[in-house]
Design a protein around this ligand. Structure first.
Ligand code: 4NP
Length: 170
């Protein structure tokens, strides 16, 4: 099983950035779910989750309405999201960047090796190592599939975070 990179520093939150293409479907869904799991695990304040897209077309926009509806139906609140564009300068301050697909990963790293940049589904407990497929041009089933992947993968990430941060000073 892939392990989380160790925290960059003993103080300050563990910073995770979730990255997709448009930041209106996959990474915002993952952001909402992972943030909720982090809160439930009592790690609010010790883990910081954000999301962004490698493309800038949707900057400032709320989540895609199908992504939002899928989250709402499952009991999450998607309303706070506004799309941001990933800035490579942010890499320095991040503990972990989780890309939704291989293209997102290549765009984040510009091809350079960086073990703080991984595929989100490297942490998928059921079927690790794949991509979160882009649901934007498909039907509602694609959003359900993304939510299922995101929920089980977020649970694994939070279990590892709890482990990793347990011994850290509050
Ligand atoms: P996302 O989906 O990367 O999961 O947010 C997309 C959203 C918008 C576009 C592509 C993918 N687009 O081309 O506008």
């Amino acid at each position: 099983m892939t392990r989380l990179p160790a925290p960059r520093s003993a103080d300050g939150p563990y910073r995770i950035a979730l990255v997709c293409l448009g930041n209106i479907c996959r990474s915002p869904m993952a952001d909402v779910v992972l943030s909720e799991r982090v809160d439930e695990a009592g790690l609010a304040g010790r883990v910081e989750v954000s999301s962004s897209g490698t493309g800038g077309w949707h900057v400032g926009n709320p989540m895609d309405r199908r992504a939002a509806a899928t989250l709402t139906a499952a009991g999450y609140d998607p309303t706070a999201h506004r799309a941001h564009q990933f800035d490579p300068a942010d890499l320095r301050g991040l503990d972990l960047v989780l890309a939704m697909d291989a293209q997102n990963l290549a765009d984040v790293t510009s091809g350079a090796d960086d073990d703080r940049v991984r595929l989100f589904r490297d942490f998928d407990p059921v079927d690790p190592g794949g991509e979160v497929p882009d649901p934007y041009y498909g039907g509602d089933a694609g959003f359900e599939e993304v939510l299922a992947m995101v929920e089980r993968t977020a649970a694994t990430i939070v279990a590892q975070l709890s482990d990793e941060l347990r011994d850290q000073q509050r």
